[in-house]
Design a protein. Structure first.
Lengths: 371, 606
């Protein structure tokens, strides 16, 4: 009984402490330190790696020393603010501005948590005149085995291990080497019985790019089939159209290294892409894509441009980039699914109202004192 | 008060306005310089084109005895004279064998000599990546670019300029070009290429044929002087240069009529016929009568920002003098009134300057780093004007003048040759410029106000620790401004997140620019909460507020040095040293004031 009483007492004491602004005196400077270090680190590490290290982590290693990462620091502030808001808010008119502001910040942080847990981001590359109904992942790659243009097996590239063996349609495949970011050189003689691309090149690993989405992944594998002529060492690289095709018991198996894809229940067709320049220059004034959304029997036209995305069925499609391939214009759309996107909109209004109220009340009391 | 405004009126009379009287010609190019030209994606008056171009050549927008428009008129209508006008700043002229001149300005002919002597070097440098050029090589290529650009300008109207004493021009002879070419061929066939054997008439034919071909060839690719719309009915249309029209055949009957007017201009410019010139310019009004172009010309001419800066300087000086006249109350009061009136006048001029930019560019006045400095400066000045008026305090006048001077001087370092350039696609949205950017720049302004107030507060606490009530009032003012700063920077930062959500699909991406804005918000939140928790004393709060200047400078300019993230349109280079120097200066100044205040307080309390 005494233990529970003591625990209860300790919890109340801790709540009291957390509810005071004392914690912020230490937490905010630390967050600022992380913010400065994480921002500067982006120059060398790239935005993704620096963000993961300093902001999306519970622990940030400063050399050999573990320190609180962005997640733990913000998490602590969130807990303290929640306790303060629920249990220790002085519900007086004088403090209404502060209370409203705290509520807005809380909602903002809740939105951040929901976004961090649920949001998915990818992209679609759509050539003019074509329809795409899959979202490609920026970073995750998969090793796909195709038979008659249908995927019969998928393995995450990240999960592949050296000497791992697969058996597909009586073809024995063994992983010999993988590289997240590859370069090629002339064959060193390390591998026997070279086939396909491997006849002319061998892959080796190079440091990863700052932005991991531009890494060029690949692997070396060996294949054993019933037909000795196609046994040997193969190279598989992403975005290279010459993939190994092996004859299995029930047909040809094509091995492809691709970006992981999420299927959509509707399709996006690109009718036309336009880059509109300022007159007499090559400087873009606007990028626009004329799309046709096709969902079941329904289809309707939509034009998206910078700052004018398309939102449909929880997904948002943004004009991200463009390219020209084989004399055809190609639009690149950034696709995001974010269940927390409404929170910043609400919290902005609340924080604005809160701080404005606080300023007005402050000015008013200041005036009263002066009188 | 009337006397004060009379004094300001006198001051205005002495402002340096550019003259429109040119040397050697009676032609007044005033109205001509309002005619439109498409340059860098924007239709602007010829005056703006002239200023931007001359600034890139001579690093000034007027030459001795010639305004930019007069220089441009001379260049396009009388290129033979223009090539001898010193209009190119060449700081390393001696290294090319040119003799040193007082203002380092050289003519096109001098520039041509440099280009000819270094032709081989230039060809080699063209093949090399720009990043590998040494500073001298960079200068050489810059001279080369100026040479190419000015050559285009000189040749802009060669198709309508008179090429003989009978006032015939290229277009007149173009109709006979085939016939002249055939005649020349037949002369060469009969008499060879030795001119001595030709009759006078044959010489004239051969020379004319040669001249026409040379003019035509040299004008190939001459697309800079885009003064004629491709489609007269559309607002967003491409514009063509006179040569473009002739060589590409994209003309229309209306374009031909308009070209005739320019032909008439060229003729009257050469004959110095003032009356005819005015009538010709008047006739252009049936083609273009855009008040925006005239407003832009006057905007250029008036240079209100320059006037505002002078007003701020005088306002600051007068308020400092008023402090020195402590024993003469009447003098002190008058000086304070004059100083306040000057500050208000400066703010009005700067406001008009910004409003004119909004009208001309049809967007909020915060699209570029330069514009944001102008806007922040106005916010600071207006904030201090309000404080000075509301509290009848001269501190507001002093800090208002000082903030105006400091920020407008800083803005000069960020102004490009064309301060009214077009924006990148993602920024081309008036809604977000008018909400997020406006809000965050107001936040920068109030933060800088708070910082200046904190500096002054520290100074006063060191100098006059006995003035308890005044110091308390000053502290309360500071706290209010800090709360306002938190309001604007927080809402501005979140609005930025919402814009990012609209444009790029994510609310927050830890982009350096976003982090910079967040840094200010966290700093302000830390100051206010630490004061509530009593971790910071009053002095600690004031010192922390003084450092807002450093935090704002790092967030505003510092993050742009990283060249990382999606805010690529804000990248700058070459200011790292200035930012580091400013930070060290502020550390020393605030630290010094704090130390002195602490020492004085200890003595005073004992």
């Amino acid at each position: 009984m005494r233990f529970w009483q003591k625990s209860r007492h300790n919890i109340i004491e801790l709540s009291h402490y957390l509810a005071k602004p004392h914690l912020l005196f230490y937490a905010l400077p630390w967050l600022m330190v992380l913010l400065i270090l994480g921002t500067i680190a982006q120059k060398d590490l790239g935005v993704y790696v620096a963000t993961e290290k300093y902001f999306n982590s519970f622990i940030t290693w400063m050399g050999p020393i573990p320190t609180p990462g962005g997640l733990s620091t913000i998490g602590l502030i969130f807990i303290a603010l929640t306790i303060k808001f629920i249990f220790f808010s002085p519900w007086q008119w004088k403090k209404s501005g502060t209370i409203l502001t705290h509520l807005g910040v809380l909602l903002l942080l809740i939105g951040g948590i929901i976004t961090a847990l649920t949001s998915k981001e990818g992209f679609m590359i759509i050539p003019e005149g074509q329809e795409i109904n899959k979202i490609s992942d920026y970073r995750a790659r998969v090793l796909n085995f195709y038979q008659d243009e249908q995927i019969i097996k998928t393995v995450s590239f990240r999960d592949l291990k050296i000497d791992q063996v697969f058996e597909i349609d009586n073809i024995k495949i063994k992983i010999l080497m993988t590289c997240d970011n590859c370069d090629a050189q002339a064959p060193s003689g390390q591998y026997d019985n070279l086939q396909g691309l491997a006849v002319n090149m061998e892959l080796f690993s190079i440091p990863e790019e700052k932005n991991s989405e531009v890494n060029f992944s690949g692997l070396i594998l060996s294949a054993e089939t019933g037909k000795t002529a196609q046994n040997g060492t193969y190279i598989v690289m992403e975005d290279i159209p010459k993939n190994p095709i092996l004859k299995g018991d029930s047909g040809n198996i094509e091995i492809k290294l691709e970006r992981a894809k999420t299927p959509l229940v509707f399709g996006i067709h690109l009718k036309d892409f336009r880059k509109i320049d300022y007159p007499g220059t090559n400087k873009a004034r606007e990028f626009e894509s004329d799309l046709l959304v096709q969902d079941g029997d329904l289809e309707w036209p939509v034009t998206i441009s910078m700052n004018q995305p398309l939102r449909y069925k929880g997904y948002t499609f943004y004009q991200s980039s463009f390219d020209t391939r084989e004399d055809k214009e190609v639009t690149v759309l950034n696709v995001v699914e974010n269940k927390g996107r409404i929170f910043p909109y609400i919290s902005t209004l609340i924080i604005f109202a809160g701080l404005l109220l606080h300023s007005i009340i402050r000015l008013q009391s200041y005036k009263d004192k002066a009188i | 008060m009337k006397k004060i405004y009379f004094f300001i009126l006198i001051l205005l009379c002495f402002m340096p306005y550019p003259s429109h009287g040119s040397e050697g010609t009676k032609i007044n190019v005033g109205a001509w310089s309002s005619l439109p030209i498409l340059h860098e994606g924007r239709v602007k008056p010829l005056d703006s084109f002239a200023r931007v171009t001359l600034k890139s050549f001579a690093q000034t927008d007027s030459l001795r005895g010639l305004s930019a428009s007069e220089w441009l008129a001379l260049s396009v209508f009388d290129p033979a004279t223009a090539v001898y006008i010193p209009a190119f700043k060449i700081r390393d002229a001696e290294s090319y064998g040119l003799s040193k001149t007082k203002n380092r300005l050289y003519s096109y002919t001098d520039l041509g000599k440099i280009i000819r002597d270094n032709q081989d070097n230039i060809q080699k440098l063209i093949q090399i990546d720009e990043k590998e050029w040494a500073s001298s090589q960079f200068n050489l290529m810059s001279h080369y670019q100026h040479y190419i650009l000015y050559t285009q300008i000189l040749r802009s109207l060669t198709l309508i300029l008179p090429i003989n004493e009978e006032d015939h021009n290229f277009l007149d002879f173009k109709k006979r070009q085939k016939e002249l070419d055939q005649k020349t061929k037949s002369i060469i066939k009969n008499k060879g290429t030795d001119l001595e054997k030709y009759t006078d008439e044959e010489k004239e034919i051969a020379f004319l044929s040669y001249q026409i071909n040379v003019i035509e060839q040299s004008a190939n690719g001459n697309v800079l002087f885009r003064i004629i719309p491709e489609n007269w009915e559309q607002k967003q249309t491409n514009w063509l240069s006179p040569w473009d029209i002739i060589l590409s055949g994209k003309g229309s009957p209306k374009s031909a009529e308009y070209m005739k007017i320019w032909q008439q201009m060229a003729k009257t410019y050469h004959t110095d016929d003032v009356e005819q010139w005015s009538q010709t310019i008047e006739s252009t009004k049936t083609y273009f009568d855009n008040p925006k172009l005239r407003v832009e010309k006057y905007y250029n001419m008036l240079n209100l920002l320059h006037c505002a800066l002078i007003f701020y300087i005088f306002s600051f000086l007068f308020i400092v003098f008023s402090n020195l006249a402590n024993n003469k109350k009447r003098w002190r009061n008058n000086l304070e009134k004059i100083s306040f009136a000057l500050l208000i006048s400066g703010a009005i001029l700067q406001s008009i300057h910004i409003i004119l930019r909004i009208y001309i560019l049809e967007r909020p006045p915060v699209g570029t780093l330069y514009e944001s400095i102008l806007f922040v400066s106005l916010i600071c000045v207006l904030g201090f004007v309000y404080a000075a008026w509301k509290q009848k305090s001269k501190i507001g006048i002093l800090l208002g003048g000082l903030s105006g001077i400091l920020l407008l001087t800083t803005a000069q370092g960020f102004v490009s040759e064309d301060s009214m350039g077009t924006l990148v696609a993602v920024l081309n949205t008036n809604f977000w410029l008018g909400t997020h950017v406006l809000c965050i720049t107001i936040g920068y302004g109030t933060c800088l106000m708070a910082s200046l107030m904190a500096h002054y507060d520290l100074f006063m606490r060191w100098q006059h620790p006995e003035k308890g009530e005044a110091l308390n009032q000053s502290y309360q003012n500071l706290k209010t401004v800090v709360v306002l700063s938190l309001l604007f920077t927080t809402v501005g930062t979140i609005l930025g997140g919402i814009w990012a959500d609209q444009s790029w699909g994510r609310f927050w991406g830890w982009d350096p620019k976003e982090n910079g804005a967040l840094l200010i918000v966290l700093w302000l939140a830390w100051l206010l909460h630490s004061r509530v928790s009593q971790h910071l004393t009053k002095i600690g709060f004031i010192v922390g507020s003084a450092f807002l200047s450093v935090v704002v400078v790092l967030a505003w300019f510092g993050v742009n040095l990283l060249n990382v993230g999606l805010h690529s349109y804000g990248f700058i280079s070459g200011v790292a040293f200035a930012i580091a120097s400013f930070t060290i200066f502020e550390l020393a100044l605030i630290g010094g004031l704090w130390g002195l205040e602490n020492k004085k307080r200890t003595i005073y309390e004992n």
